[in-house]
Design a protein around this ligand. Structure first.
Ligand code: SF4
Ligand code: SF4
Length: 309
């Protein structure tokens, strides 16, 4: 059977998602690309020059099943150029020829850091620019497969998120997407789900410093776990940990508004109440529940872990 093909291109990018992908396990990078033909990757491939590949694809001599874009999109060649084209020019040429377009990482999904650069207002995500469905491609754009751009955000994305999505598509399984075109199977979870600090969260036991084993980082240190769609505490990083397990707040890197928040390590409050409360909870319910939790002190969570019985 002929192998499916994957073409990986980069726009305005730091290569972080490629670095992340190289750390994939089950399947590893090498395992997946023994099943799929990686016809080009700017840092990894060696077989053929990108301009020759593009000519073959455009003349119908080569088929691309998966077009993966890492990095935000611009048509300004002062900021990005592949041969004689910008990344935007190439996406326009290829968009109707491929089965799937996958946005690898937050830049390709939502614009991310490059889209905040005021020196180039022409920077977008593939189909979104931050919250707006005003990305580089039209809001109703779909590839030949009937899917819009499939967003795997994250800064970087977790390699398993990409692999699971790619394998599902390869096997012809249906993928449900959320309102930001992220696979629901992965992004219906919050990074708060499965965090080992949930007990501290429930009892409003606050962490005052980074890196400690005790305390929840939501109340003072800006943790966005309860508002961030990401399975970071379900599919762990390097199979071992996550930011919040290690005592660092989630900074919401899988969301459309990353990195627009002003201070990542501080919880903005109004009269002691966080400006943003966990998803699905009204401010009123939040105040009631946290008030009760604070009054009914849990002795165990107010101690250092080593001091508990
Ligand atoms: S540290 Fe963050 S993710 Fe963990 S329980 Fe607290 S709010 Fe949730
Ligand atoms: S924990 Fe939050 S900031 Fe860290 S990788 Fe997951 S979504 Fe991104």
């Amino acid at each position: 059977m002929t192998k499916k093909t994957l073409l990986w291109l980069q726009g305005l990018s730091c290569n972080g998602n490629s670095q992340s992908l190289l750390n994939a396990e089950n399947p590893s990078f090498y395992e997946i690309f023994s099943k799929i033909d990686l016809i080009f990757h700017p840092e990894i491939s060696y077989k053929e020059d990108i301009e020759k590949i593009l000519n073959k694809v455009l003349s119908g001599k080569k088929k691309v099943n998966f077009l993966v874009i890492e990095g935000s999109i611009t048509t300004d060649k002062r900021f990005h150029r592949i041969g004689d084209f910008s990344i935007g020019d190439i996406v326009l040429k290829l968009k109707d020829k491929v089965d799937y377009i996958i946005a690898a990482g937050n830049c390709a999904s939502f614009g991310n850091i490059p889209a905040t650069f005021t020196g180039n207002p022409d920077v977008k995500g593939l189909q979104f620019t931050f919250k707006e469905k005003k990305g580089f491609l039209p809001p109703d754009f779909k590839t030949k497969s009937g899917y819009p751009v499939i967003n795997i955000p994250g800064c970087p994305m977790h390699p398993a998120w990409f692999m699971q999505t790619l394998i599902a598509l390869l096997e012809g399984r249906e993928i449900l997407l959320d309102e930001f075109n992220r696979p629901k199977e992965l992004f219906m979870y919050l990074s708060h789900d499965g965090c080992i600090r949930n007990e501290y969260f429930e009892w409003k036991a606050e962490a005052e410093e980074f890196g400690h084993k005790e305390g929840c980082l939501f109340y003072n240190l800006g943790c966005r776990g309860p508002m961030t769609h990401a399975p970071c505490n379900k599919i762990l990083w390097n199979r071992i940990s996550s930011k919040t397990r290690a005592g660092m707040p989630c900074i919401g890197c899988t969301e459309f508004d990353f990195p627009l928040k002003e201070n990542f390590f501080e919880t903005k409050k109004n009269m002691g109440i966080p400006e943003e409360v966990p998803l699905g909870v009204s401010k009123r319910a939040y105040i009631t529940i946290t008030g009760v939790a604070k009054t009914l002190k849990n002795e165990r969570v107010s101690k250092k872990l080593e001091e508990t019985d």
